[in-house]
Design a protein around this ligand. Structure first.
Ligand SMILES: [Zn+2]
Length: 873
């Protein structure tokens, strides 16, 4: 599964908690009986938003028992029968809290195979992507709906009574009755279609043995384009009329399938792979259902007229991520949600390995380091948790989908691959997959395979990074004597806003880099402290290639030498110096001036990730400056730092410019617009006017920054113009671009109108709550947005899915930087959220406290730096 916020670090804020509930789904199912095969038929009633289900479950009873316990949620069971013992007289009882269905028999079932048949009814969610749901969308012929499913982690139990835990693998035969005009998609190919007049029954071929959360069903007025890859049919499925926008994705999926077949040395095991684009927007961008990956359109469809290079890259990475899961996750599945990172950390790493193979120009490894940086920021705080974490309840499983699981996970895998070398690492992965295919595995199984393949202490390193929380800090000191340098390395724990963080110890693969002309790199495993002697006294940098998961702090003289030489290092090391520089500022271990001076030295270099790091921290400072007197001066000084880059990139794409420049132009223009650059604002407005008048196109590469800047400084007239465009277009991606622009309006009266749009129904599902978050963050109206959200919690909650249920309010309140708001959030969590679902609230409350504190010391420091800058306009 992939939520867009992980990679882009953009705020894609989701679902909403409103009603406190008790911990649900807390008990694990007994394994006295296990499922072998499900024969499932679903008959939806789209007008009533309900469905009827029939399921025959072949079970294997392992110990004599007079009861079966399986999962079911919000299902009404009307009949239960033991097919092989018609007189067994089963009685059923649903436990709402535990989300279980217990079937009791008059006498114990014998050990061996039995068949259980159930008839039941359930609900179809409207515009909320969980369980069985529909998404509505506009077409030239009127409103249409598409039916789809979303089950991870624990919503298959809303479609059928089942053993809804990843370790209970079974095969499925799925059938669905749909209107005759619909096409239906499931994990497997269609085996037969029976004409029933106005409807038809579509039956799919049997799946291999798999976990229930990977089951999928989609139906609607769909269109498909497809390609054959070594006998596997790869299909791109869209709503009617949109198939061509899937052409780019189809090409990507085709080359990626061949790449993965080779990388894993196991051919993709199903006869087909569909990539399905649902209209609208959900709380997630894509879900890796086996053979039927479901995306929301923005994450899959590419229209070069409106989507930029950065979108194209994001689409490719998302496809690469979901396809990696077809092996890592679907073929071999974590035994339980405590090892979710095995799925998500690995897929997040693999998406880069695969994408870099075909698109080195995107520099995705560099971009991945930004995601790692974000994880390290979270991991340096008191509210962090280990990658491998105890999970007992459904809420806890849902909360496991976070930056630690995805981004720290991928960073640890990167570090281990670098330590072992690409070939040995791949051989270990292959043997792990072969050993656990069609079954389940744990983190320990992966390390054992890598230990065996390499003969190196992978487990020792890996366990120190996955079983305990936190970020190591490696301090580097250098003493020179007679042309020889003694380098002392020591590790401690790196913490931000957490002075009493308990000390921890890691086994860290450390590689020291030297500049060209100096002694070559040195590698070691750092336990505690180490001293190394090298034959010259040039600048020495830790974390060569930035592949290690740790921060580095240098003794002052060495730090100054490294900062001065920032342009001489390789791009990855340059990015590393900057990222560590900013982290040390946040930890109050280094002055901000040294960091900002490093940005100045960058000039106009063509390294996207390096600039994204700089833009990110400048934006973070700007957020702290929001109510400060010196904000305008800071923005002017920041524009000065970015001036050389803007002078090089400008507004117009150069023919055959690097892809990284195109993506960078987009971020840079957005930042300059947000920082009040008068020329950028004027140019954005004039381009928008020309577009409205039909005199000029809005090229895809600058479309979002133009709309965002026009929206930010909108008056009533331009607000109306943007809204008109939003309502007029039938293109879902373009529509979202306009609504996002509206959400960023600085004018409080327009912000109130932007908030009201979240309740009109024109923004389906999670997009409505997105809009509220946009107003809080981009529009800088945290208080207004939060007041609005509180007044309309029930209405907004009606549009949300349980996966992010307890994240919306915390993430909305994350726009605040006052301690009183942190306290308010903690009270909200204590009274409105179950105890096992407060992790996001606790993390954000701590972050609000941190920002409040940071404001008090960093803003005066920034003011001093600004005062020391040459005067600007
Ligand atoms: Zn995933």
């Amino acid at each position: 599964m992939r939520s867009a916020c992980i990679l882009l670090l953009t705020l894609l804020l989701l679902a909403l908690p409103v009603h406190a509930a008790r911990a649900q789904g807390a008990s694990r199912l007994p394994a006295t009986a296990v499922p072998v095969h499900y024969g499932l038929t679903i008959v939806p009633d789209l007008d009533a938003d309900t469905f009827h289900g029939s399921v025959a479950i072949d079970i294997d009873v392992r110990l004599p028992t007079d009861r079966l316990v399986l999962n079911a949620r919000d299902l009404a069971v009307s009949s239960a029968e033991l097919v092989d013992e018609p007189d067994a007289a089963p009685r059923t009882a649903l436990d709402r809290e535990a989300q279980t269905l217990t079937i009791a028999f008059a006498r114990p079932l014998s050990i061996g195979r039995h068949r259980l048949a159930l008839e039941y009814d359930g609900a179809i969610q409207r515009d909320q992507p969980y369980g069985l749901f529909t998404v509505s969308y506009d077409t030239p012929a009127g409103k249409r709906r598409v039916l789809a499913t979303q089950f991870e982690p624990a919503d298959a139990r809303r479609l059928l009574p089942c053993w809804d835990e990843p370790a209970f693998k079974a095969s499925f035969t799925v059938a669905v009755v749909v209107p005759a005009a619909f096409s239906a998609i499931s994990n497997m190919k269609v085996a037969r279609t029976d004409d029933l007049g106005a409807t038809k029954r579509v039956t799919f071929a049997d799946t291999p043995t798999m976990s229930s959360y990977l089951l999928a069903l989609v139906a609607g007025e769909l269109e498909v384009i497809s390609a054959d890859v070594d006998g596997v049919r790869v299909g791109m499925v869209t709503t009617a009329g949109n198939a061509e926008k899937g052409r780019f994705a189809l090409g990507a999926a085709t080359e990626l399938l061949r790449f993965y077949n080779d990388y894993f040395a196991i051919d993709y095991p199903l006869p087909k792979l569909d990539l399905v684009a649902l209209p609208g927007g959900g709380g997630f961008s894509a879900m890796e259902n086996w053979g039927a990956i479901v995306f929301f359109e923005r994450a899959l469809l590419f229209d070069p007229r409106i989507a930029s290079e950065a979108r194209r890259e994001e689409i490719y990475l998302t496809i690469a991520h979901e396809m990696a899961h077809q092996w890592f996750g679907n073929l071999v599945t974590m035994a339980w949600w405590d090892d979710l990172w095995l799925n998500e950390g690995f897929a997040s790493w693999m998406q880069n390995r695969a994408t870099d193979r075909f698109h080195p120009e995107w520099q995705v490894w560099q971009q991945a380091k930004l995601a790692r940086d974000w994880a390290m920021r979270i991991d340096a705080r008191s509210t962090t948790h280990p990658i491998v974490q105890p999970v007992a309840t459904v809420n806890q499983a849902s909360q496991a989908f976070d930056a630690i699981t995805y981004s720290k996970g991928q960073a640890v895998i990167s570090m281990i691959e670098a330590f072992l070398g690409e070939a040995i690492f791949r051989a270990g992965v292959r043997s792990y997959l072969r050993a656990h295919a069609y079954a389940n595995a744990t983190t320990g199984d992966l390390w054992a395979a890598l230990d065996a393949e390499s003969g190196l202490p992978v487990s020792r390193i890996a366990r120190s990074f996955t079983e305990q929380p936190g970020v190591p800090l490696v301090t580097v000191d250098r003493r020179c004597r007679d042309g020889v340098a003694h380098i002392d390395l020591r590790q401690t724990r790196f913490a931000i806003h957490d002075p009493s963080a308990p000390p921890l110890a890691w086994t860290i693969p450390v590689e020291l880099a030297a500049l060209a002309g100096h002694e070559p790199p040195v590698k070691l495993l750092l336990d505690g402290a180490a001293r190394i002697t090298v034959g010259d006294c040039g600048p020495v940098k830790a974390n060569a290639g930035a592949l290690g998961y740790y921060r580095t702090e240098y003794a002052p003289k060495l730090a100054a030498e490294l900062d001065d030489a920032i342009m001489e290092w390789a791009p990855a090391d340059r990015l590393n110096l900057l990222a560590d520089g900013w982290a040390l500022v946040q930890a109050r271990r280094a002055p901000v001036a040294a960091y900002l001076d490093m940005i100045r030295r960058l000039g106009d270099i063509p390294e996207r990730a390096v600039w994204e790091q700089a833009l990110g921290s400048l934006r973070a400072i700007d957020e702290l400056e929001r109510d400060a007197r010196g904000r305008a001066s800071f923005q002017a000084a920041a524009r000065g730092l970015l001036g050389p880059l803007f002078a090089r990139l400008g507004w117009e794409a150069q023919t055959s410019e690097p892809a990284a420049d195109a993506a960078l132009r987009e971020s840079l223009l957005q930042t300059l617009g947000d920082f009040g650059d008068p020329d950028v604002i004027a140019a954005a407005r004039s381009r928008f006017r020309a577009y409205l008048a039909g005199d000029a196109e809005l090229p895809a590469g600058i479309r979002e920054p133009v709309l965002r800047t026009v929206g930010r400084y909108a008056d009533a007239e331009s607000f109306e113009q943007l809204l008109g465009l939003a309502r007029q277009t039938k293109d879902q991606v373009a529509k979202q671009q306009y609504y996002r622009a509206l959400g960023g309006a600085l004018d409080p009266l327009l912000a109130a109108r932007a908030l009201a749009l979240s309740l009109t129904g024109e923004l389906p599902g999670a997009l409505a709550s997105f809009q509220v978050a946009r107003v809080a963050y981009a529009g800088e109206h945290a208080r207004q947005a939060w007041d609005f959200a509180q007044a309309n919690l029930d209405a907004l909650a009606g549009k949300l899915d349980p996966m992010r249920r307890y994240r919306f309010v915390p993430e909305l309140m994350g726009a605040f930087a006052e301690t009183a708001r942190a306290a308010e959030l903690r009270r909200f969590a204590a009274t409105r959220m179950p105890a096992d679902a407060r992790r996001a609230a606790e993390r954000v409350a701590e972050d609000i406290d941190f920002k409040a504190d940071e404001k008090s010391w960093l803003v005066p420091e920034i003011d001093r730096w600004v005062a020391a800058q040459p005067a600007r306009r």
